[in-house]
Design a protein around this ligand. Structure first.
Ligand code: CDP
Ligand code: CDP
Length: 213
């Protein structure tokens, strides 16, 4: 079974994807980390994230980097959204994600284009959303807990800028797949959101089983 989980920053998609992977005993890939690793490599080598050739050169990062907690940094998220708009960067990371999705046991992937590009044939697709204010509140609390001094207004402005960039780029923009179920987590606890996600996956599986006769 392949489960695709997409949505904007701090919508709760990572939390939901991890919980689904545990529930169904499937491997999980947070694809945002790949773009964050490219961003971190760009910054380390003092390259220009807006230049496609510079960003492509940074796609050859050391896999150990994916485990670095510093990738969660807000600045890295911002640069990730700049490098991820380059078609050649997306192409460089495509096969690795498709391979992950195609492994025999199945997989859960979360990101922006899982249901539309990486795994268009996924058995279940969720599009997770929440209002910008609520997402900014969540991200602000997270960053604050990690010692960041960014204000709520700065985090909200960053979230809006990232939404705008991710939704308007020409290659693989952030958009719900036509056959995705939308899950609004704005007023849901984590437990309630996870339960709703499981229910939606079960409904998608039942529909698929019925369609296969
Ligand atoms: O956790 P959060 O939603 O803040 O960010 P993320 O999922 O780690 O993604 C960071 C950035 O990478 C996003 O703003 C996107 O621009 C980009 N990304 C993407 O373009 N496609 C994906 N499948 C995943 C992330
Ligand atoms: O992966 P994404 O950036 O979409 O979000 P996340 O990392 O799963 O969630 C962002 C923050 O919101 C985390 O601190 C979660 O614990 C929190 N969260 C929440 O408060 N309520 C939810 N229903 C889902 C997540």
């Amino acid at each position: 079974m392949i489960i695709a989980v997409d949505g904007p920053a701090a919508s709760g998609k990572g939390t939901i994807a991890r919980a689904l992977a545990r529930h169904y005993d499937l491997p999980h890939l947070d694809t945002g980390l790949l773009y964050r690793a490219v961003a971190a490599t760009v910054l380390r080598h003092e390259l220009n994230p807006a230049k496609e050739a510079d960003a492509v050169a940074a796609c050859d990062f050391d896999d150990l980097l994916l485990a670095d907690p510093a990738l969660r940094d807000d600045e890295i998220g911002k640069v990730a959204s700049i490098v991820s708009a380059h078609p050649l960067v997306r192409a460089a990371l495509l096969q690795r994600q498709k391979r992950f999705a195609a492994q025999e046991d199945g997989a859960v992937l979360d990101g922006r284009d899982i249901g539309t590009v990486i795994a268009p044939n996924a058995d279940a697709k969720l599009f997770v959303k929440a209002t910008p204010t609520i997402r900014a509140r969540r991200r602000h609390a997270e960053l604050h807990a990690h010692g960041s001094s960014l204000t709520f207004d700065q985090v909200l402005a960053d979230i809006r800028a990232r939404d705008q960039r991710d939704s308007t780029r020409s290659t693989a923009p952030l958009v719900a797949a036509e056959d995705a179920a939308t899950l609004d987590t704005s007023f849901l606890s984590i437990e309630a959101a996870v339960q709703k996600a499981i229910d939606l996956v079960e409904a998608a599986r039942a529909r698929k089983a019925a369609a296969c006769g």
